[in-house]
Design a binder for this molecule. Structure first.
Ligand code: IVH
Length: 671
């Protein structure tokens, strides 16, 4: 069956819009829409394609969810081998490299294109007529595995090339680069795996490699993979650029992310300056790197220099020191978090790694300690990557003397003495003391005051420690009763800073409902869910009155989250805190209620409207939370009809669906 023309056009328009947002996010690093809006566009396309399966194309963003698993990967032979790079470990090696280049080219100072050496997995991507057709791993350099289905799920890999610099997309293109995980994505993924009692990955590199070489693309689709391009291995249908720097610009134009840190420098001195500069920024980069790569910039010169065995003469990788060091575990203690989670922490003999002295490292949970078999007294490898919390990678069992002790999870909370419990399906053990436990109370208050919650400046952990320890604050509501005199009497607090804190607390009363809900610290309610709840319910009273069923009507709220919200709100203590917050004047403004007036409603547009185009009307409906569909069905809430309507209007009448004209739509939107 042929899909109606407006469906074909709408699908194409959605695909283009999604591709544009993807490009803005992954290549330009400048998101153009909030995640929720992106998800909505995606869902619209998905439902359109479900209604009209003939609209699905292999390069549709919906295909990024992953196809069926394959029994095994097929081998592909690379058109040109995927080479490795020679390494430089010190200045001497860099001077020698530069000298060899100058001798080889018989010239003076050389221009180099320089960029980070990504610590991920090398892959090759092939495009014909602008469409992604093949993705392969490096393998042994001559042939690798066909991982096209997996790579299709990586959102930063364009499925369709963009035209750039006034040229058509090339007939044929082979791009090479690295698949990796950004550090913060890696941390979040591991955190979730641990919470679910699953195995965590040792580092982003292993996680990326494991995800690409997954036989089930649906699993790959759930992993936060990124791609960065670093070379052009084949181009047909248009001339090659003259330099590597131009290659990277062209790649970016086609829609591939490239390193933001790329540069062009001159001579060995320029190389070494770049090495130092990136070295000093290494810890703050969003991804792990293990060095920088220097490439002769002019491609004609690269050609002249050629190759030795399996590496190019025109390029070299200058490596950095590893971000892993050896040290000793002096003790394993536990920390109590906001939700009572008990986290084992290794106290380490101080060691300098990745630019800082590390004395503590998280061991995440009991199972991780067992799995890695880390004992008190062990010699261990500590890893620190960027601003990530230091981590114990593994213990060197061969260094044991026999006097090492195993970690035992305490039966009682070290802070409040309550029983420690671990539910059978949870990876973490928790203190059952709830807000009776001072550690949990402190964390709950710190969370309440945090920047993305009530944003109370100056309420840091030292102050919260004192407030809780001296029983001045038992719950967040008590904050609003603090006065300058009380605060000024505390350690490290003067009159002035006490006044500032009181002012900041006062200022926080004027906040949004979403922030207030997030600030309450309900388990499983992050910022995004808090926003959805605020939008759906519009007031704290409405939220408190909602049962589990109503809660599940909120977008992305499933049974687990609904239970945890209902459980929290059923607790007398929590209700009292909310009531006292309200008495203190903390209410939480409902924001942009109009934004969701059409939430849950589906519209079909037909005919020519007097002043709006169909796209404009559709955009207004979507901006108000409604959905636009192309076909009338029992699920349609309204048909918006203009002049010259056809079968849709008839069908709407037959099904008894309400029909609006443009004015009716505007009234519904409150305009
Ligand atoms: S250029 C002709 N540039 O390092 C050589 N490689 O040891 C093409 N790598 O397998 C490589 N970042 O996976 C190049 N910016 C970068 C790189 C990079 C990481 C990896 C690549 C290759 C290995 C070479």
């Amino acid at each position: 069956m042929q899909a109606p023309r407006d469906a074909v056009e709408r699908a194409e328009a959605l695909r283009e819009e999604i591709a544009r947002h993807n490009h803005a996010y992954y290549v330009l690093d400048a998101p153009t829409v909030p995640d929720a809006e992106y998800d909505r566009l995606f869902q619209d396309l998905l439902s359109l394609e479900t209604q009209h399966p003939e609209l699905v194309t292999p390069d549709s963003p919906t295909q990024r969810v992953g196809a069926r698993p394959a029994p095994e990967f097929t081998q592909v032979t690379h058109r040109t081998p995927m080479l490795s790079l020679a390494n430089a470990f010190g200045e001497e090696d860099v001077f020698n490299f530069d000298r060899r280049i100058r001798e080889g080219l018989d010239c003076g100072e050389v221009e180099y294109a320089v960029e980070p050496k990504f610590d991920g997995l090398a892959i090759s991507l092939t495009y014909r007529e602008g469409r992604f057709i093949l993705g392969a791993t490096r393998g042994d350099g001559y042939s690798g595995e066909d991982v096209t289905g997996n790579l299709r799920t990586v959102r930063s890999i364009p499925l369709r090339l963009q035209a750039c610099q006034g040229r058509q997309v090339p007939q044929f293109l082979e791009v090479r680069g690295e698949v990796l995980m950004l550090r913060h994505d890696f941390e979040r993924m591991n955190e979730r795996a641990r919470e679910a009692g699953e195995k965590a990955f040792a580092n982003p590199r292993n996680a990326a490699a494991g995800s690409v070489r997954q036989l089930d693309p649906r699993i790959t689709a759930r992993r936060p993979l990124r791609f960065f391009a670093y070379t052009l291995a084949g181009l047909e249908g248009q001339p090659m650029p003259a330099t590597h720097a131009e290659v990277l610009d062209r790649l970016r134009g086609w829609g591939f992310p490239v390193a933001a840190e790329r540069a062009v420098v001159r001579g060995a001195a320029g190389l070494l300056r770049y090495y130092d500069e990136i070295g000093s920024r290494r810890a703050a980069l969003p991804y792990d790197i293990d060095g920088v790569v220097y490439k002769v910039n002019r491609l004609a010169d690269q050609e002249r220099l050629g190759y030795v065995s399996r590496a190019p003469r025109f390029a070299i990788a200058h490596k950095y020191q590893a971000q892993e060091e050896l040290t000793e575990v002096l003790d394993i203690e536990v920390q109590v978090g906001r939700t009572g989670a008990i986290t084992p922490v290794a106290r380490l003999k101080p060691v300098f790694v990745g630019g800082v002295t590390v004395t503590n490292a998280t061991l995440h949970n009991e199972d991780e300690v067992r799995r890695k078999d880390i004992r008190i007294g062990d010699t261990v490898i500590v890893r620190r990557a960027g601003d990530v919390i230091p981590e114990v990678v593994s213990a060197l069992a061969e260094k044991r003397s026999g006097s090492e002790r195993e970690f035992v999870m305490p039966q009682q909370c070290p802070v409040c003495g309550s029983r420690v419990m671990r539910l059978p399906d949870e990876a973490v053990a928790r203190c059952t003391g709830g807000l009776y436990c001072a550690a949990q109370r402190k964390q709950a208050i710190l969370h309440f005051a945090s920047r993305r919650a009530m944003d109370i400046e100056g309420l840091g952990d030292k102050l919260v420690d004192q407030l809780v320890d001296q029983d001045l604050v038992k719950s967040a509501a008590d904050l609003y009763r603090l006065d300058v005199a009380t605060l000024a009497g505390l350690e490290r607090m003067g009159e002035k800073s006490a006044q500032n804190v009181v002012d900041a607390i006062g200022k926080s009363k004027d906040t949004t409902l979403a922030r207030l809900i997030f600030a309450l610290g309900i388990r499983n309610v992050g910022e995004a869910t808090a926003k959805d709840l605020a939008r759906h319910f519009g007031s704290m009273e409405a939220l408190m009155a909602a049962g589990v069923e109503e809660l599940q009507r909120v977008r992305d709220v499933g049974p687990v989250v609904a239970e945890s919200i209902a459980g929290f709100l059923a607790e007398a203590h929590n209700r009292e805190v909310i009531a006292r917050l309200e008495q203190a004047g903390v209410r939480g403004r409902a924001e942009a209620r109009t934004a969701a007036v059409l939430q849950g409603l589906t519209f079909v547009l037909t005919g020519t409207l007097p002043t709006l185009t169909r796209e404009e009307a559709g955009a207004m409906i979507e901006a108000a939370g409604g959905k636009v569909s192309s076909a009338v069905s029992k699920k349609t809430s309204y048909v918006v009809a203009g002049e010259e309507t056809g079968s849709k209007l008839e069908k709407a009448r037959a099904l008894g669906i309400a029909v609006l004209d443009e004015d009716g739509l505007r009234r519904l939107l409150g305009k």
